[in-house]
Design a binder for this molecule. Structure first.
Ligand SMILES: Nc1ncnc2c1ncn2[C@@H]1O[C@H](COP(=O)(O)OP(=O)(O)OP(=O)(O)O)[C@@H](O)[C@H]1O
Ligand SMILES: [Mg+2]
Length: 358
C-alpha cells in the first residue's frame, strides 16, 4: 500500500517536508546532474553547486579514515549513477564553501522507475562534526592514558628492583650482623635471664632476616633473563603449590624458544597477578596455567575452578582495584589483549593473547 496516497503531495509540500529534515538531501538526475537539495544540505555545505559528476570535486572532501582526497568518481553519488551502488554512512571530512571544515556521514542510492531504469539518485549527508571531535578526544585521552600507565608500570618495575636491593643489601646485611652481635653477647653472658632474652632476640633476628629475604625476593623481577619465561613460571608455580592448598598444573610444551625480554616480563607479571588473584579470591582447588605458542600468537591462560565473579562490571567501576586493569594495560602495551571470562560459582579464566612479529 502506498502510505502517501491521499496526502495530495505537490512539489511545494515535498520541499517543505525535505526542508524539515535534519539531514542534508541532494537529488540528481540519472546522469548525476545535481538538481535539488533541502535547507540542511545547503546549511551543511554553506552553499551549493549545481554540477554533474565530472565536477563533483568542487565539493571538497577527504576520507576520514585515511585523510585521502575523494576523487570525483569516489563520491557515493558518482557510484550510484555509474553502477547503481548503494552506499551507507561513509565518513568524510569536508571543506564547505565558506572554508569551514566539517565531518559528515554520506549515503547515496539510485531510485528506480517501474521498468527498473534509474530515475534519480539521492545523497544524504548527516553532519557529525561534534561527535567526531568527542570521539577524537576520547581516542587521544585513551592513548595518553595508555602511555601514562606504561610509564607507571616501568617506574614500578624499577622501584621494586631498587627496594628489593636495598632490603637485601642494607637491611638484610645489618640484621645478619645484629644477629651475630646478639649471639656473641649471649655466649659471653653469665646472667641466665639476660641470656634467655638474648636467645629470644637472636631468634627474632633470624625470623626478620628470612622475612626480609622473602619480601625482597617477591619484589625482585623474576629470574627471567637467566631462566626464560617457562622456567621462571614453573619456578613461581612450584612455590605457589608449596604454599597454597591447591593442585597446580602447568603446560608450556609448545613454547620451545626464548621470546623478547619485554614480552617475557609482561607475560610473567600478568601470570603472577592472575595466579595471585586465584590464591586470594577464588577458593579454588585446581589452578591451571598454560602457555601456547603458534606462528602468530602467544597465549597465556590462567584458569581456576573457584568461586568465580562478574568481570564486566569491574572494568567500569571508577575506584576499581588495579590488578585486572594493570594486566589489561600490560597486554595492550605489548600489542595484545586481555580476556576475562568468569561466571559466579563456575571458576574464572584470564587469557592474555600477544601477537608475535613475523
Ligand atoms: N580468579 C578469581 N576468582 C574470583 N574472583 C576474582 C578472581 N580474580 C579476580 N577476582 C575478583 O575481581 C576483583 C578485582 O581483581 P583485581 O586483581 O583487579 O583486584 P584485587 O586483587 O582485589 O586487588 P589488587 O590486585 O589491586 O591488589 C577481586 O577483588 C575479586 O573480587
Ligand atoms: Mg589482584
Amino acid at each position: 500500500m502506498n502510505v502517501l496516497q491521499g496526502l495530495d503531495i505537490d512539489t511545494a509540500l515535498l520541499q517543505q517536508i525535505l526542508d524539515a529534515l535534519p539531514v542534508g538531501i541532494w537529488i540528481a538526475d540519472p546522469s548525476g546532474q545535481l538538481l535539488a537539495n533541502n535547507s540542511a544540505g545547503s546549511r551543511i555545505w554553506a552553499g551549493e553547486r549545481w554540477i554533474s559528476p565530472e565536477d563533483y570535486g568542487e565539493y571538497k572532501a577527504w576520507w576520514s579514515s585515511t585523510g585521502k582526497l575523494l576523487e570525483t568518481a569516489e563520491w557515493g553519488m558518482s557510484r550510484a549513477v555509474a553502477t547503481g551502488e548503494v552506499s551507507q554512512n561513509e565518513m568524510v571530512d569536508i571543506e564547505c564553501f565558506d572554508g569551514s571544515r566539517k565531518t559528515i556521514l554520506n549515503s547515496a542510492m539510485p531510485i528506480y522507475d517501474a521498468d527498473g531504469q534509474i530515475r534519480a539518485c539521492i545523497a544524504v549527508n548527516q553532519e557529525i562534526t561534534d561527535l567526531k571531535r568527542v570521539q577524537d578526544n576520547l581516542v587521544l585521552v585513551r592513548n595518553q592514558l595508555a602511555a601514562l600507565s606504561g610509564a607507571a608500570l616501568s617506574i614500578q618495575e624499577q622501584e621494586r628492583k631498587r627496594l628489593s636491593m636495598e632490603l637485601h643489601d642494607e637491611i638484610g646485611q645489618t640484621l645478619s650482623a645484629l644477629k651475630i652481635v646478639v649471639e656473641t653477647a649471649r655466649r659471653h653472658c653469665k646472667n641466665k635471664t639476660l641470656a634467655d632474652y638474648m636467645q629470644q632476640a637472636s631468634e627474632m633476628a633470624d625470623t626478620l632476616v628470612s622475612d626480609v629475604r622473602e619480601i625482597a625476593r617477591r619484589l625482585r623481577p623474576p629470574p627471567l633473563d637467566d631462566l626464560g619465561l617457562v622456567a621462571a613460571l614453573r619456578w613461581h608455580l612450584d612455590r605457589v603449590a608449596r604454599a597454597a592448598p591447591l593442585e597446580v598444573r602447568f603446560d608450556a610444551e609448545t613454547l620451545t624458544q626464548r621470546l623478547s625480554s619485554d614480552l617475557e616480563l609482561g607475560c610473567f607479571r600478568i601470570a603472577q597477578e592472575a595466579v595471585s588473584n586465584v590464591i586470594r579470591h577464588a577458593a579454588a582447588s585446581c589452578l591451571t596455567v598454560t602457555l601456547e605458542k603458534n606462528n602468530r600468537h602467544l597465549t597465556l591462560c590462567v584458569r581456576d575452578d573457584g568461586c568465580g565473579f562478574v568481570p564486566k562490571s569491574l572494568f567500569t567501576e571508577l575506584n576499581h582495584p588495579l590488578g585486572l586493569i594493570g594486566m589489561r594495560e600490560r597486554a595492550a602495551m605489548l600489542g595484545g589483549e586481555l580476556r576475562v571470562r568468569s561466571t559466579p560459582g563456575q571458576g574464572a579464566e584470564v587469557q592474555a593473547i600477544f601477537p608475535l612479529g613475523g
